[in-house]
Design a protein around this ligand. Structure first.
Ligand SMILES: Nc1ncnc2c1ncn2[C@@H]1O[C@H](COP(=O)(O)OP(=O)(O)O)[C@@H](O)[C@H]1O
Ligand code: SF4
Ligand SMILES: [Mg+2]
Length: 368
C-alpha cells in the first residue's frame, strides 16, 4: 500500500497580539513539529486531550489554514505550496466532517441545496443530474430520500451527522478528516455512525484521519493511532498494540480512562493523571509531560521530545519507557467488539437512525 498522506514536521503557531500599537507578544504553539503518514485506504486515529492541537492539524490537512512551516504531501504533491487555483482543485479530494454538524450546516438551506450546490459549483454534476446525485448520497448515508426537502434543524444529532458525512462525500473525496464526529452524540448513535463510516471507507476506498479525545471510539475505527500531547505526538503504533501495550505514561493514562465494561479490570492500573495540562503559550523545556508524569526524573527537563522506534512500527517520545514499564502491569484492555457491545451495537439496516435515544433527543419528532 502507498502512503497517501505524508505530514512532515508540521508547525502551526498562532500569534498573540498585545500592546498599544498591536504587535505579536507571544505565540500559541498549537502544533509543534508533527510528522506522520497515512496509507491509502486506512484510518489513522489522532487522540489527545482538548487543546493539544488535533483540530489544528485537521484544518492544515484540508487546507483551511496555512501551516507556519512543514509540509503536507497529499497524493505526491505538497499542498502547502500550491497556488490557489491548484489548491481549489485538490480541495475537493480533501474533506472534513466536524464534531457539531449543526453549526457546520447552513441552517437556511434545505438538505438538497446543502448537498447539490457544492457539486454543481465544482462541476461534479449538472443542475439536471443533481436530484439523482442527492438521492444517491442520501442512500449512501442511510437517510430517507425525503430528507432533501427538510432543513438541518428538523433532524436529530445522528441524522445531522449523516448529512455532514453526505456533504463531505458529495465532492468525491479520497481523504476525509473526521474531527470528533461522534463526540457530541448519544452513545447508541455513536456506534451507528462509526459503523457507517467504516462501511463507507470499505465501499469507497476512503482514507481517514479520525480525531477523538478518548481511546475507545478511536481504537474501534483506526488501523493506527497517534497520541498527542501539547502540540507533539508522544506515541504512535498500530491500534491493537497501542491499546494493549502502551509505552508512554500519557497513553497509559488515556487507555485507563477509556471505558472498560469488565468491572474486575477497571481497577487494574489507574495511573490517573495528576496536575493540569500545561499552557501551549508556556511550554516547559524538555518533556512537556513532566509535570504530570508519575516517572518524571530530573533528566526529563532536558530530553528531546523526539519519537524513538521502540519496536518495529511502534514509536514513543520518552527515552525512559523501558525503565517506566518495570513493575507496571497494564491489563485493562477493551476490544472493538466490547466497545460495540457497550454502545448497544446496531445490527441490520442502518437506514433510519431512529433508535429510542435518538428519538428522545428530538422529543420523538425528528425521524426521516
Ligand atoms: N485560530 C486560532 N487562533 C488562536 N489560537 C488557536 C486557534 N485555533 C486553535 N488555537 C489554540 O491552539 C491550541 C490547539 O487547539 P485545537 O487544535 O483546537 O485543539 P484540539 O482540537 O486538540 O482540542 C489551543 O490552545 C487553541 O486555543
Ligand atoms: S521523558 Fe520523563 S517526564 Fe517525559 S514521559 Fe518520559 S519519564 Fe515521563
Ligand atoms: Mg478539536
Amino acid at each position: 500500500m502507498t502512503e497517501q498522506l505524508i505530514v512532515e514536521n508540521l508547525v502551526k503557531y498562532y500569534p498573540v497580539k498585545g500592546g498599544i500599537i498591536p504587535h505579536t507578544v507571544a505565540q500559541i504553539k498549537a502544533v509543534d513539529g508533527v510528522s506522520f503518514t497515512i496509507e491509502g485506504g486506512t484510518t489513522l486515529g489522532l487522540v489527545g486531550e482538548s487543546g493539544c492541537g488535533k483540530s489544528t492539524i485537521g484544518r492544515q490537512i484540508v487546507a483551511l489554514e496555512k501551516p507556519t512551516s512543514g509540509s503536507i504531501i497529499f497524493d505526491g504533491e505538497d499542498i502547502t505550496n500550491l497556488s490557489s487555483d491548484q489548491l481549489q482543485k485538490k480541495r475537493t479530494r480533501l474533506q472534513m466532517v466536524f464534531q457539531d454538524p449543526y453549526s457546520s450546516l447552513n441552517p437556511r438551506k434545505k438538505v438538497f441545496h446543502i448537498l447539490a450546490d457544492p457539486m454543481i459549483h465544482h462541476h461534479i454534476c449538472t443542475k439536471e443530474d443533481a436530484p439523482a446525485k442527492v438521492d444517491e448520497l442520501l442512500d449512501m448515508v442511510g437517510l430517507h430520500r425525503s430528507a432533501k426537502d427538510r432543513f438541518p434543524h428538523e433532524f436529530s444529532g445522528g441524522q445531522r451527522q449523516r448529512i455532514g458525512i453526505a456533504r463531505a462525500l458529495a465532492l468525491n473525496p479520497s481523504l476525509i478528516v473526521l474531527d470528533e464526529p461522534v463526540s457530541a452524540l448519544d452513545v447508541s448513535i455513536q456506534a451507528q455512525i462509526l459503523n457507517l463510516l467504516k462501511d463507507l471507507k470499505t465501499k469507497l476506498g476512503l482514507t481517514y484521519l479520525f480525531i477523538g479525545h478518548g481511546l475507545g471510539a478511536v481504537r474501534y475505527i483506526s488501523d493506527r493511532i497517534a497520541v498527542m500531547y501539547m502540540g507533539k505526538i508522544v506515541e504512535m503504533a498500530d491500534a491493537d498494540t497501542l491499546f494493549s501495550h502502551p509505552l508512554h505514561p500519557y497513553t497509559k493514562a488515556l487507555r485507563d480512562a477509556a471505558p472498560v465494561p469488565d468491572p474486575t479490570l477497571r481497577d487494574a492500573v489507574h495511573e490517573a493523571l495528576s496536575g493540569e495540562v500545561g499552557s501551549v503559550m508556556d511550554i516547559p523545556v524538555g518533556c512537556r509531560f513532566q509535570n504530570r508524569c508519575p516517572y518524571a526524573r530530573p533528566e526529563c527537563g532536558s530530553v528531546e521530545m523526539a519519537l524513538i522506534e521502540a519496536e518495529p512500527g511502534h514509536f514513543v517520545a520518552c527515552p525512559y519507557t523501558a525503565i517506566n514499564t518495570q513493575g507496571v502491569s497494564g491489563t485493562s484492555t477493551m476490544s472493538g467488539t466490547q466497545f460495540m457491545a457497550d454502545t448497544q451495537s446496531v445490527s441490520g439496516s442502518d437506514k433510519s437512525d431512529t433508535s429510542n435515544s435518538d428519538r428522545q433527543e428530538k422529543g420523538g419528532a425528528a425521524h426521516v
